[in-house]
Unconditional design. Structure first.
Length: 280
């Protein structure tokens, strides 16, 4: 059966490639510049990026240009879609939605560009829920209803080993005034109202991550949830955090450990870890 609604997102959603292929989700790549080389972020290995950052090599990120969206939207039209829902990284962190809107104005079917006010797997799980609704034959309004509920209920926490990289990139939001002067103080941040905000501090990595797990468990309660842990060069800890969540949450529908997008890694720095709780 022809799918009435096409779903488009961007690479910061951290959706596994096999899941995107299975659900027909089109993923537009943000761009990453390391030194003098600029590429789609999927072409930059995490280890290479981390080494460059440690060496002080200039790193910059950029939203996809409007033509990247235009060709994705055109492919959806050619496949017979009646509408496109294009869901992207928070406008508080990137101009990706702006590029999408420029392209959408050139398309002959309705294109709904949605600022998720999220990023990473928090965005990804919401997009997956919308794609599942679309695959089931939902109308554009029905898909938007599913998407809106997920976006409003999903929580995202971010542990960073240092605030240095977020500070450099100007993405630190209201947490700017909350910078710890002691290196042993490890921050747990939250994405609130589309920007990075303070949440808690821990003395050392173990306590900080314990705070993140405790907060995630409190948010989930006894409801069915999708959970995700994504990391930038921090795989062992990511698996430990997922194990901690599994042991405390009674109704997990999906559980994912993933490398975060290189774009997010470039802003959060090596040793960063994100935790997502998305009620089903």
């Amino acid at each position: 059966m022809r799918q009435r609604v096409a779903i488009v997102t961007d690479s910061t959603a951290s959706i596994p490639l096999d899941v995107a292929d299975q659900l027909g989700i089109s993923v537009v790549q943000l761009e990453l510049k390391v030194g003098e080389e600029q590429n789609d972020e999927r072409r930059v290995p995490h280890a290479q990026l981390a080494q460059a950052m440690a060496a002080g090599t200039p790193v910059a990120t950029a939203e996809p240009p409007p033509p990247a969206f235009y060709w994705n939207y055109s492919d959806a039209v050619a496949s017979g879609a009646e509408a496109i829902i294009s869901v992207h990284i928070s406008e508080g962190l990137s101009r990706t939605c702006e590029s999408a809107r420029i392209a959408a104005a050139e398309i002959g079917i309705p294109v709904y560009v949605v600022d998720s006010r999220l990023v990473g797997l928090s965005l990804g799980y919401s997009v997956i829920a919308a794609a599942e609704a679309a695959a089931g034959g939902a109308t554009p309004q029905g898909v938007m209803g599913v998407l809106d509920r997920r976006l409003r209920s999903t929580m995202q926490l971010l542990y960073v080993d240092t605030l240095e990289y977020l500070q450099r990139g100007g993405r630190i939001g209201r947490a700017q005034a909350w910078l710890g002067q002691t290196l042993s103080i490890k921050p747990v941040l939250a994405l609130k109202e589309g920007i990075i905000d303070q949440h808690a501090k821990g003395i050392g990595i173990d306590r900080a991550l314990k705070k993140a797990v405790t907060t995630a468990v409190e948010r989930a309660g006894n409801a069915p949830v999708d959970i995700g842990v994504e990391h930038f060069e921090f795989a062992d800890r990511a698996n430990q955090v997922l194990d901690g969540l599994r042991s405390k949450l009674p109704q997990i529908q999906r559980a994912t450990v993933a490398e975060t997008s290189a774009i997010l890694g470039a802003h959060a720095g090596p040793g960063a870890l994100g935790v997502t709780v998305s009620p089903v």
